[in-house]
Write a protein that binds this ligand. Structure first.
Ligand code: NDP
Length: 280
């Protein structure tokens, strides 16, 4: 089975759009998302334009705050504090990566946990790790919803995660644990990676290396979630060698059209949740 992330994401966004409409009609609330971009990173600009388009389609108010590459940290923090105090803004997203002179952890910590629609604030990550998934990171929560939609029961399954970043690998490992899976987390220092990935009932790969996982590294019938986005000779591909493994896996996400659209859909959902909570 090829998991159609676009279709699932569209369904979620349609649901969010209906809820947004209800909020507007009943309470005169328009959910608002503010994004912060520092510098000119072309990939960041593309991601933000996708988020903007999704907001427009759903009825979420979108505002973009753009700073030059050499901006002072205090200036970015000041803007975040203004957005924290702005009642029209329910969600704040700092587009990563930030230039190296900015302290990413400190800046993410400045976002009010109530408006942290990316789920990267230590309070929200801490909540996730104790089993309370309120505003949780978009890519991992999108993957969980995908697995639910295709009927994967995670209880007692062995989930193997390759990659331990704070935006994908670590939070998704916590989500698997919250759903009673047995979890292995692999990273660049892991020895005999293939011995671990071969154990996976569900394998999530978030490494950032094109076609890194091949059929020798998986067992028959595994469910593969490929998070990677790599550009090879002008074409997008994932961290998994799709053509090589597709006959062996029971289900797999394509790149593009798998995890990517889910990430945007979950951002929309988190913004809706934050707006509803702000209204109590
Ligand atoms: P990071 O670069 O932050 O993390 C990569 C991880 O891969 C690290 O934990 C690293 O280990 C591990 N790694 C690197 N080399 C190896 C190796 N040889 N064997 C095992 N593990 C290895 O990446 P992100 O998590 O931010 O992103 C990963 C990929 O997912 C990228 O391609 C990114 O573009 C994509 N992505 C896609 C999204 C989507 O919506 N589809 C959203 C977010 C990311 P160590 O910690 O030891 O360095």
């Amino acid at each position: 089975m090829i998991i159609d992330g676009r279709k699932i994401a569209d369904e979620i966004q349609e649901g969010v759009a209906r809820e947004v409409e209800k909020l507007r009609e009943r309470y005169d609330i328009i959910p608002g998302l503010a994004t912060i971009l520092v510098g000119e990173d072309p990939a960041s600009k593309i991601y933000l334009s996708m988020k903007k388009r999704a907001c427009e389609g759903i009825g979420i108010r979108y505002e973009e705050h753009i700073f030059p590459e050499r901006v002072k940290q205090e200036e970015v923090i000041k803007r975040i504090q203004e957005l924290n105090d702005d009642e029209r803004v329910h969600g704040i997203l700092v587009q990563l990566p930030l230039p190296p002179h900015l302290d990413e952890d400190l800046i993410l910590e400045m976002v009010s946990p109530k408006k942290d629609v990316d789920g990267f604030h230590p309070i929200n990550l801490g909540n996730l790790f104790i089993g309370n998934e309120n505003l949780s990171p978009c890519t991992p929560s999108g993957i969980m919803l995908m697995l639910e939609k295709i009927g994967v029961d995670l209880k007692g399954k062995h989930a193997v995660v390759v990659g331990r970043s704070k935006i994908v690998g670590r939070p998704i490992a916590a989500m698997f644990l919250n759903r009673d899976a047995t979890v292995t987390i692999c990273h660049s220092k892991t020895k005999e990676l293939g011995e671990h990935t071969k154990q996976a009932d569900v394998l999530v790969v978030a490494v950032g290396r094109a076609k890194f996982i091949t059929k020798e590294m998986i067992k028959d019938g595994t469910v593969i979630i490929d998070v990677g986005i790599n550009r090879v000779e002008g074409k997008l591909c994932g961290d998994v060698d799709f053509e090589d493994v597709k006959g062996k896996a029971s289900a797999i996400t394509p790149v593009p059209g798998g995890v990517g659209p889910m990430t945007v859909a979950m951002l929309m959902r988190n913004t809706l949740i934050a707006a509803k909570r702000a209204r109590g």
